[in-house]
Write a new protein. Structure first.
Length: 256
């Protein structure tokens, strides 16, 4: 009888061990072009969202052996996340990452205006973007974060920020963004990062702040992790493969 009981225990243990090994981390990656991988120039065939295996969600999923629902999409705003990216979330979701908010501010248009030659300036556009970040964006982020909490109540959520793009140098003959404009753009990006980080903390989410990681790797630095003006234009001012693998990935991975 003891032998039979021992055999039964061994059988149950084996089944339990097998079930544990079969479990997979369910990971959903949300957000915009910085999460989808625009700038890496290497995209999956099945998506107009420019999702890349070189983007930090794919790198993270490979490292932790996760089942990745890659919902991030180029051009996405907070409303697009609410309307079309949350379908993969459930009570069984283990991990969520999200980079969102930059497109809500009209950031691309601001940088484009700053790139116009003298005598055009972008002070008004930067001021407008900063006012939006202070006064409107926190409410939009709260909506998104509330929706994530409701749809994936058991998930660890990591909010991933944006780098500062510029180092004060002018290395592109076509895009002459002055040192003063570059400093103002970096100040606006820092404000965006602070607001996103505060909103994440208010929801109990972790914040992957990548600004320090990209120091020394901005546009015009010797080792660029960010594209300057590029062709096609959509690749401009986004992390390249090194920016994703050496900038974003270690920060996000360290929080999982």
């Amino acid at each position: 009888m003891a032998a039979a009981l021992l055999a039964a225990l061994v059988s149950v243990t084996a089944l339990t061990s097998g079930a544990a090994q079969a479990q997979t981390i369910e990971y959903v990656a949300l957000g915009d072009s910085y999460a989808s991988g625009v700038g890496t120039r290497d995209y999956l065939d099945d998506s107009s969202c420019r999702r890349s295996d070189a983007a930090y969600p794919a790198l993270l999923a490979a490292e932790i052996g996760a089942d990745l629902e890659f919902a991030a999409c180029s051009g996405a705003k907070t409303g697009d996340v609410l309307a079309g990216q949350l379908g993969g979330l459930s009570a069984g979701t283990d991990l969520v990452t999200i980079t969102i908010g930059g497109n809500d501010t009209g950031w691309t248009g601001v940088v484009q205006k700053c790139a116009y030659p003298y005598p055009w300036t972008c002070t008004k556009e930067i001021d407008t973007a900063e006012a939006f970040v202070r006064d409107v964006l926190p409410g939009r982020l709260d909506e998104v974060y509330d929706a994530i909490e409701a749809a994936a109540p058991n998930a660890e959520v990591i909010v991933v920020g944006y780098p500062l793009l510029f180092n004060g140098e002018q290395c592109n003959a076509i895009t002459r963004i002055s040192p003063g404009e570059q400093a103002a753009l970096n100040d606006a990006a820092s404000l965006l990062g602070d607001v996103i980080g505060t909103a994440a903390a208010n929801h109990g989410f972790q914040y992957a702040d990548v600004r320090a990681a990209f120091d020394g790797h901005a546009v015009c630095d010797d080792a660029e992790w960010l594209n300057g003006l590029s062709y096609p234009i959509v690749e401009s001012y986004h992390p390249n493969k090194a920016g994703q693998s050496d900038g974003y990935f270690p920060i996000v991975s360290g929080l999982v």
